[in-house]
Design a protein around this ligand. Structure first.
Ligand code: NI
Length: 178
């Protein structure tokens, strides 16, 4: 297994739309395993393939505190969402250090395939429901900051771009000092 590089907002590749997976093979299993390892190492509770620059409909989620409830969703689809909404403070591995409230349906029923290509359905609430919807947005090219006001979004963009410039300066300095 290997750690994958996570794209950071506002990288334009985060806005690509993922294609459905057609072949359930070893390559797909390796991708899901690498994504899980990357998510646990970050650490985070969910990761979409879009975030590691693979534009296929693959999501890994583990909302357990013990990190032993890995769920993999291939080609996920929301088949039902509750009228009832909940606001949850969301964060994202592609938007480090930023947390803000997003309103979404409180419960959803999702249909997806597992790594063997077997279909399954799952009804989720609480953090799992938030996570499924957040990661599915990534597959559509949508980052959670797009739910926030343009003012907030621009502040986040400026902050992350500044951090990235500082990081690359540090990297250059480290190389020069070698
Ligand atoms: Ni995210």
């Amino acid at each position: 297994m290997s750690l994958l590089n996570i794209l950071r907002y506002p990288d334009p590749r985060l806005h690509k739309v993922a294609k459905p997976v057609a072949i359930f093979d070893e390559r797909l299993k390796k991708l899901a395993a690498d994504m899980a390892e990357t998510m646990y190492a970050a650490p985070g509770v969910g990761l979409a393939a879009t975030q590691v620059d693979v534009h296929e409909q693959v999501i890994v989620i583990d909302t357990s505190e013990t990190h032993d409830e890995l769920r993999v969703f291939i080609n996920p689809e929301i088949v039902w969402a509750s009228e009832e909404k909940q606001v949850y403070d969301e964060g994202c591995l592609s938007v480090p250090g930023v947390y803000d409230g997003v309103e979404r349906p409180a419960r959803v029923k999702v249909k997806a395939f597992d790594l063997e290509g077997k279909p399954f359905e799952l009804e989720a609430d609480g953090l799992l429901a938030v996570c499924i919807q957040h990661e599915m947005d990534h597959l559509k090219g949508k980052v959670f900051v797009e739910y926030l006001s343009p003012l907030k979004r621009n502040r986040i963009k400026t902050k992350l771009l500044k951090e990235e410039r500082e990081l690359s300066r540090e990297k250059k300095r480290a190389t020069a000092g070698r």
